[in-house]
Design a protein around this ligand. Structure first.
Ligand code: IMP
Length: 424
């Protein structure tokens, strides 16, 4: 597998966790490069459940170096509770490495995330309220506190004192909220720093050396292409770069070093949070997909909005990520639907739209143009290869490949890690 990037091809929640777990077993290094604890996935290994948000799932394999790169925003309390949970289950975490340049989420980021969403009223983004956006704002404003600052108590004290004053003005004077306490944050975060310090280093060097030494390196994406701050459905996006280019910035590696890029998609579409969604199904088919596919958020528990597969979106994902293949997950969720629809383009005021619009307001009023495919009723959850799938399911996969001009390389037919098979 050499150097492979794995990205979400839709609005996040495509089942990346399971594919990452499968590939992590063969990886010498797993790298996260963007987002924070707004992401999350559950790994079940030997009957034990692990809930991971910030730590790459390769942590379960003791010879896999797990990197939390400079582009990730870290809530120290959250990463430590993940570490404690892993230790209590007998997992060694000494191979977890955190970049010194990664920015730290502080209580004022959480407060401002909550208050600013409330202030937006009906125009809220529907964030996960984990302080992600406000932390990246500080990074861009160049007042952020990084892991290297956190583990240096004098620098931390100075920066925290400065920021707490400004943030409390915003919290109290602009939003009428409750101020955060410098003393409490300083005391709590100094303790966190002591425990995290042994993991902190320059991870860009580690990643570069691993690639140069010919190791198998897996870049683990969070969220999905449509949530990308730059190319996604702005403003209903996250504040980092879930597209493959985000790995270069967020892990400190050049683009020529990443050879393969696998996009993870579901056999249908879902999204959480607000914003237009052309193939959304507000009917009993949408309800069935939500129920059968257990479409409820891992981090927030929110019901996900569900709809037909949209190949305008997948073509966009192929383009912006340079995908070399697709892993199509949850094909089994479609079992039992008599007719399946795939969106192949949009109709906007009588004009055909084939490329995903740059301006989200152009997406409003886009009517999906559907092609219909025959469904199947056979249980496919035990399929181990294309030969085990009914003809209608194979036709569905072939149609997707043709419509997006990208090979489907892996298929998911159930929640267990054994319920995935490679086609190529
Ligand atoms: P934030 O990342 O918490 O700022 O939220 C911004 C938008 O991204 C909201 O619509 C969230 O629901 C969405 N979002 C963030 N992380 C995820 C994820 O892991 N899966 C799906 N949606 C996400």
């Amino acid at each position: 597998m050499a150097v492979t990037a794995l990205v979400g091809a839709q609005w996040g929640d495509e089942g990346k966790g399971k594919v990452i777990d499968i590939l992590a077993e063969k990886s010498d290094m797993v790298v996260r490069a963007q987002g924070g604890n707004n992401a999350g996935h559950t790994v079940v290994a030997n009957g034990t459940v692990y809930k991971l948000r910030l730590i790459p799932s390769g942590i379960l394999y003791k010879n896999t170096t797990c990197i939390v790169g400079n582009g990730v925003v870290i809530d120290p309390g959250v990463i430590l509770s993940e570490i404690d949970d892993l230790i209590s289950k007998g997992v060694d975490v000494s191979h977890l490495k955190i970049d010194a340049r990664a920015h730290v989420i502080l209580p004022y980021h959480l407060a401002i995330d909550e208050l600013s969403e409330k202030a937006r009223g009906a125009a809220d983004i529907g964030t996960t309220k984990r302080g992600i956006g406000p932390c990246y704002m500080d990074k861009a404003e160049r007042i952020g506190i990084r892991m290297c600052d956190l583990i240096n108590s004098e620098t931390f004290r100075e920066k925290l004192a400065h920021n707490t004053k400004i943030k409390n003005d915003i919290i109290v004077k602009i939003y009428g909220g409750t101020p955060v306490s410098f003393d409490k944050i300083y005391a709590d975060y100094t303790e966190y720093a002591k425990r995290l310090a042994p993991h902190v280093c320059d991870t860009s060097v580690l990643v570069y050396n691993a690639i140069k030494a010919g190791k198998n390196v897996l870049f683990e994406g969070a969220q999905g292409a449509l949530l990308d701050l730059d190319v996604g459905t702005y403003p209903y996006v996250t504040s980092s770069h879930p597209v493959s280019g985000g790995f270069c910035i967020g892990a400190g590696v050049g683009p020529t070093l990443i050879k393969e890029c696998l996009g993870i998609a579901k056999a249908y579409t879902t999204r959480v949070g607000k914003g237009p969604f052309p193939t959304e199904l507000n009917d009993e088919v949408g309800e069935q997909i939500r129920k059968v596919g257990a479409e409820f958020g891992t981090v927030t528990g929110r019901p996900r909005r569900c709809g037909w597969l949209d190949t305008v979106i997948l073509r966009f994902a192929v383009r912006v990520n340079g995908l070399t293949g697709i892993a199509l997950n949850k094909l089994d969720t479609l079992t039992g639907l008599k007719t399946l629809k795939i969106c192949v383009g949009y109709n906007k005021n009588g004009k055909r739209v084939d490329d995903f619009p740059a301006d989200i307001s152009d997406l409003e009023g886009c009517e999906p143009i559907y092609e219909e495919y025959e469904g199947w009723t056979q249980d496919i959850s035990g399929a181990k290869s294309l030969k085990d799938l009914p003809k209608a399911a194979v036709n569905y996969l072939k149609a997707v490949e043709k419509l997006i001009d990208c090979p489907v390389k892996m298929v998911g037919v159930g929640p267990d890690r054994t319920q995935n098979f490679m086609i190529r």
